[in-house]
Design a protein around this ligand. Structure first.
Ligand SMILES: [Zn+2]
Length: 518
């Protein structure tokens, strides 16, 4: 059974094989043509987005995640895109699609995910994360609910750029999929041929950790021949300007427990005598960094692959809004010895995610605690190996006099070693970065600058972690071209999409499909 938006689409689509202009009109002109098409078709595009958002998409909700995949197949096949489902047991499949253009010499894979973060409906202003709501501005800015305009016999529906759609995955990450498909529709309607062969990988368990993605892609490697992968996941720059990014940090998670007496002791009877693990842990953690945030662990910065010329130049040109962030976040003096935030995320970090020992506040007890725990994370940059990073930190803990183990200490160990730390690796993966010096990198940056009037922010690496090494391991250079607003409440309640960003994203994707060449 086909849904309404797709029926409307089939009626609108010209035959893909119809006569096409031979030379691409250039990214700026393509963006304009896509805009013209969009203005005439906002009603249809928004209905397609709404219908997609109305299908609940939590990765663990197997029946609904399968419905999403089936719906995606319909959306792709309506465009004549050859589709294959790459199954994952108990999860939504990877939806793979392929659209060959006879004259194209390059193939680009477009990655996005169709699953979303779990929802707590009660925390949403409108209470129903899978019933898309339109507002005339962001809720924080007093945005009011308004009805979705629809085409009538007299009037074409018009959607304002400042309006926002509220629904789970409206930003993360269903809207880029709809923007890409609408861009294909626009190019066809305007008889602009695709310059590249397009493949798509739409994942159904990204928010659940992409546990099966690498294995699934390895199994279907034969489908994945390509020259470039573009990931659509993530928001644009905080300045609101479009973003192109070339890297992500990796990450390792660790847990550390320092042990005191075998049970908590009365602080009056035993204080001054029984060693206090909370103080020992605090001392240990504090010794890992200096007051400027520089990590003092031997070799911590040794494996970092230095930035090339293009990366350094891009970094210098990135907008700096550190002063505003300091004001907003109540920070008098940031770490980093005067370096900018964008420079500091090019280095590995070491962070305490949380700490615990006995009880505090109303629950506090006058004891010498039996243990103190902290969870740490380290963000890795290109060149660093997760296991080696863990070993560097473990070696540092040993150097501070600790007996480092991976289990709860035995009585014999407690009797033997004055300082004991249980230090456990909680998983992680390496960073990934595509060189900005590659011809494809330069071509894509130039194209997006042309399509957006030179407005795009170019980032060598973002601070967050996404397992993009999976694509690197498949031999694919990858580049991030996100489109959604940064203030989209991604992963939280009231997730939303600003329509102006969505429309601009369509134009950028249209320009890539019509003009990318290197
Ligand atoms: Zn995402």
């Amino acid at each position: 059974m086909r849904n309404a938006a797709i029926i409307a689409l089939l009626a609108l689509l010209p035959c893909p094989a119809s006569a096409q202009k031979s030379t691409p009109p250039g990214p700026g002109k393509v963006a304009q043509e896509v805009r013209d098409y969009r203005i005439d078709n906002e009603d249809r595009i928004m209905r397609e987005l709404q219908e997609f958002l109305a299908i609940p998409n939590i990765a663990s909700d197997t029946p609904n995640i399968q419905k999403n995949a089936a719906h995606l197949v319909e959306m792709l096949e309506a465009r004549g895109i050859e589709t294959h489902l790459l199954p994952i047991s108990g999860r939504g499949p990877v939806v793979f699609g392929k659209l060959i253009s006879p004259e194209a010499k390059r193939t680009v894979i477009f990655y996005a995910h169709y699953d979303g973060q779990p929802v707590d409906a009660a925390a949403w202003t409108d209470g129903k994360p899978f019933e898309p709501v339109l507002r005339d501005a962001a809720i924080e800015a007093g945005g009011k609910r308004i009805p979705f305009p629809e085409n009538s016999a007299q009037h074409r529906a018009v959607y304002d750029d400042a309006w926002r759609i509220y629904a789970r995955s409206s930003s993360d990450d269903k809207s880029p999929i709809v923007a890409l498909l609408a861009a294909i529709d626009a190019l066809r309607a305007k008889k602009i041929p695709l310059a590249v062969n397009l493949k798509v990988i739409f994942e159904g368990e990204e928010e659940a950790g992409s546990t099966n993605l690498q294995r699934t892609l390895e199994l279907h490697k034969n489908l994945l021949g390509a020259d470039l992968l573009i990931t659509a996941d993530g928001p644009v720059h905080q300045s609101g300007r479009p973003l192109v990014f070339f890297g992500n940090r990796g990450e390792i998670d660790m847990d550390i427990t320092v042990y005191g007496p075998v049970r908590a002791l009365h602080s009056g009877h035993y204080g001054n005598w029984a060693p206090n693990p909370a103080i020992e842990l605090a001392r240990l953690l504090a010794s890992m960094k200096d007051a400027d945030g520089q990590v003092l662990i031997d070799g911590y910065y040794d494996d970092v692959t230095p930035l090339g010329n293009d990366e350094q130049q891009a970094l210098a040109q990135m907008p700096a809004n550190d002063a505003e962030l300091q004001r907003e976040l109540g920070i008098a003096k940031p770490e980093g010895g005067g370096k900018k935030l964008v420079e500091l995320i090019q280095r590995p970090s070491l962070n305490i995610r949380g700490m615990r020992s006995a009880y505090v506040g109303n629950q506090s007890q006058n004891v010498v605690p039996e243990a103190a725990e902290a969870s740490l994370d380290a963000r890795l940059v290109k060149g660093e190996d997760p296991e080696r990073k863990f070993q560097q930190i473990a070696a540092f803990i040993r150097k501070q006099g600790y007996y480092v183990i991976d289990h709860v200490p035995t009585m014999e160990e407690r009797h033997t070693y004055p300082l004991i730390a249980r230090f456990v690796y909680g998983g992680g993966y390496r960073a990934s970065r595509t060189s900005m010096d590659l011809p494809v990198s330069k071509a894509l940056v130039q194209l997006i600058q042309n399509a957006t009037g030179g407005n795009a922010v170019i980032a060598p690496t973002l601070g967050g972690s996404v397992p993009m090494y999976i694509f690197e391991d498949l031999g694919l250079p990858w580049i991030g071209v996100p489109i959604v607003n940064y203030d989209n409440h991604q992963h939280s309640s009231d997730e939303n999409l600003r329509l102006g960003h969505f429309w601009r994203g369509m134009e950028i994707y249209g320009a890539i499909l019509a003009d990318l060449n290197w």
